[in-house]
Design a protein around this ligand. Structure first.
Ligand code: PLP
Length: 331
């Protein structure tokens, strides 16, 4: 693998911390749990999309674009970070907001929605669930073109092979830290949504011959569908890097912690968010990392991850979303 062959902007000037969660590990009485703090990446509020945007925005600039167009849910961290990258680069940004759960779009909501306004989004187009999002983004790009400008369209979650390179880079960074700090991991756990993080991370671990299996915890889709999505994107990412095919059995995306649906709170999520905040001072989020950590805790409690093992949890960010869910999370 040679990631230096791909144009990249740098938004995080240092590796994100890799830390033990001593109190949580003791509380659960199972394996030793560590955390990779990708909630502390650069750009406003941090999170996993920052790594994908390093490659995507470099491509946008190479193509001479002056406007980023993307799509996300009403509390999208991806939209916040795409807008933040645009601000940093002196570009404009237009967002398509998909009301994935009917009735959840509130233009006055707190959290990420508030930050869209504060960071100066150029336009925001709310659309209903089931809308053809690629078509909607092309419509917005057309508006930009009619003003004599040039749009660069980024897919939902920044999840295409170029975006996934951000998580190939994260895997390389994690393995270097693991060696530096003298800690070897038996398993990695991450949230699995639009699939770019899970796919890129998996390809990076396979490409570095890390022998570190990844368990994805789904936040939206049933297991078979999500594993198909992750595998497809992992294959395309491996191809971009000139790596061999990705074994289908290396893709694991469990769906037992989704609950009633994407972004809908669950009791397990609330427990995980409150537990990690009060024991470790680390903020998870209600939509992704709260459910992913609920999955990790569930797997420890049922004996899937055991004492003597060392697990690394990839913290993909999202804490600004907490402020839109205060009523669900407060005791
Ligand atoms: C987008 C997101 C994820 C999921 O990453 P994907 O690459 O979309 O699968 C996880 N955590 C947070 C906080 C996110 O914003």
């Amino acid at each position: 693998m040679n990631l230096a062959r791909f144009p990249r902007r740098r938004y995080t000037p240092h590796p994100t911390p890799l830390e033990p969660l001593t109190h949580l590990s003791k509380h659960l009485g199972g394996p030793e749990i560590w955390i990779k703090r990708d909630d502390l990446t650069g750009l406003t509020g941090g999170g996993n999309k920052t790594r994908k945007l390093e490659f995507l925005v470099a491509d946008a600039l190479a193509q001479g674009a002056d406007t980023l167009v993307t799509v996300g849910a009403p509390q999208s961290n991806h939209c916040r970070l795409t807008l933040a990258a645009a601000v940093k680069e002196g570009l404009k940004c237009r967002l398509v907001i998909e009301e994935r759960v009917p009735g959840t779009y509130d233009p006055k909501a707190s959290g990420n929605n508030f930050l869209f306004d504060l960071l100066g989004v150029e336009s925001l187009s709310p659309v209903k669930a089931g809308t053809d999002l690629a078509h909607e983004m092309q419509r917005v790009a057309g508006e930009v073109a009619r003003e004599g400008r040039k749009a660069y369209v980024i897919p939902g979650g920044g999840s295409n092979p170029l975006g996934a390179l951000g998580y190939v880079a994260c895997a390389e960074e994690l393995m270097a830290q693991s060696f530096d700090q003298g800690v070897a991991f038996d398993q990695a756990v991450c949230a699995s949504g639009s699939a770019g993080t899970h796919a890129g991370f998996l390809v990076g671990l396979l490409g570095t011959h890390a022998h570190l299996p990844v368990t994805g915890i789904n936040v939206r889709r049933p297991r078979a569908e999500q594993e198909g999505n992750v595998h497809g994107l992992a294959q395309a990412t491996a191809e971009l890097l000139g790596l061999p095919a990705v074994p289908r059995e290396s893709v694991v995306a469990l769906d037992e912690w989704v609950g009633p649906g994407y972004s809908i709170p669950t009791d397990d999520m609330v427990e995980a968010v409150r537990l990690v905040a009060s024991l470790e001072g680390v903020l998870l989020d209600p939509v992704y990392t709260g459910k992913a950590m609920a999955g990790l805790i569930g797997l420890v409690r049922r004996g899937h991850f055991k004492k003597g093992q060392r697990i690394v949890f990839l913290h993909t960010g999202g804490s600004p979303g907490l402020y839109a869910y205060q009523s669900v999370l407060q005791s």
